[in-house]
Ligand binder design. Structure first.
Ligand SMILES: [Mg+2]
Length: 229
C-alpha cells in the first residue's frame, strides 16, 4: 500500500510562514503594497498560488515573474523557519509516519503536496521530519499538464510507485491523507482512498465526503487500523 501525506495542516503547521514569506518577496520584488488579499491557499499548488498572487496585485504572471517569486520565496521561507519551533508537527504525525515506516514490506510512504520541492523540504526538516522517509515524493510542480492541477498528482504517484514495486500499482492500493476538499477531490479523481484530517481550515463536516474524517491523527492506532483495512 502507498500512503501519501499532504504536508501543510496535515503533517505540520508553520503558522502561515509560507504566505508571509510570499508576500514579503512580492513587496521586495514588486511593490510595497503587495498583498495576499483574495488569494486562496489551502490545499492548492504553489505555482498556482504565486500566479494568482501576482495577478491579484496587477502583475502579469509570466513564467519569469513566477520563477523570480519562487526563488525569493524559497530563501525567505528558509530564513523565517530557521529560528526553530515555528514549523511544528501536528498530533500523531511523527508517530504515524514512524509506525508505517516500520513495515516497509506492506507500506510505502509518500508525499503529495502543493509545495515546491525546496519549500516542502524546508518545512519538513524545520519540523524534524526527514523527507527521505517518504520514498515517493510528488510536489506542487510535478503536474504533467498545463495548467497544473492537484488532480493530476495521484497519477504521478501511481506511476512512480509502480516503478518502485516493479508492477503496475492499482489506485485502490493508494491512500491520500490531507486536510482540505482539494485533497479529497484529487483522490476521488483517481479512485484512491482518502482520509481527511480536520487540523487545518476545514472541520470534519466540511470533510465528511472523505472515506474517513478525523479531528487529528493523534489516535495513531485507530488510523493505522483503518489504513490496513
Ligand atoms: Mg494541506
Amino acid at each position: 500500500m502507498l500512503v501519501l501525506f499532504d504536508i501543510d495542516a496535515t503533517l505540520l503547521t508553520t503558522d502561515e510562514a509560507g504566505i508571509r514569506a510570499m508576500v514579503e518577496v512580492g513587496q521586495r520584488l514588486h511593490t510595497p503594497g503587495f498583498s495576499a488579499d483574495g488569494v486562496e491557499f489551502h490545499g492548492r499548488l504553489d505555482p498556482l498560488i504565486l500566479a494568482d498572487m501576482l495577478a491579484a496585485n496587477n502583475i502579469d504572471p509570466t513564467p519569469e515573474a513566477i520563477a523570480a517569486m519562487r526563488e525569493g520565496y524559497g530563501r525567505a521561507l528558509a530564513a523565517r523557519l530557521a529560528p526553530g519551533g515555528i514549523s511544528q508537527l501536528l498530533p500523531g504525525a511523527a508517530e504515524l509516519v514512524a509506525s508505517l515506516a516500520a513495515e516497509p514490506d506492506r507500506m510505502t510512504l509518500g508525499l503529495l503536496t502543493g509545495n515546491f520541492p525546496e519549500t516542502g523540504t524546508t518545512k519538513l526538516q524545520a519540523a524534524g521530519l526527514d523527507p527521505q522517509q517518504f520514498p515517493i515524493r510528488v510536489w506542487g510542480d510535478d503536474s504533467p499538464h498545463d495548467p497544473p492541477a492537484r488532480d493530476h498528482l495521484p497519477g504521478v504517484a501511481l506511476e512512480r510507485v509502480s516503478r518502485v514495486w516493479g508492477r503496475q500499482a492499482r489506485s485502490e492500493e493508494v491512500v491520500i491523507i490531507g486536510d482540505t476538499p482539494h485533497d479529497i477531490a484529487c483522490a476521488r479523481a483517481h479512485g484512491c482512498r482518502v482520509l481527511a484530517v480536520a487540523t487545518g481550515k476545514f472541520g470534519r463536516d466540511d470533510l465528511a465526503h472523505a472515506d474517513k474524517a478525523v479531528e487529528t491523527l493523534g489516535d495513531v492506532e485507530a488510523v493505522r487500523r483503518w489504513l490496513m483495512q
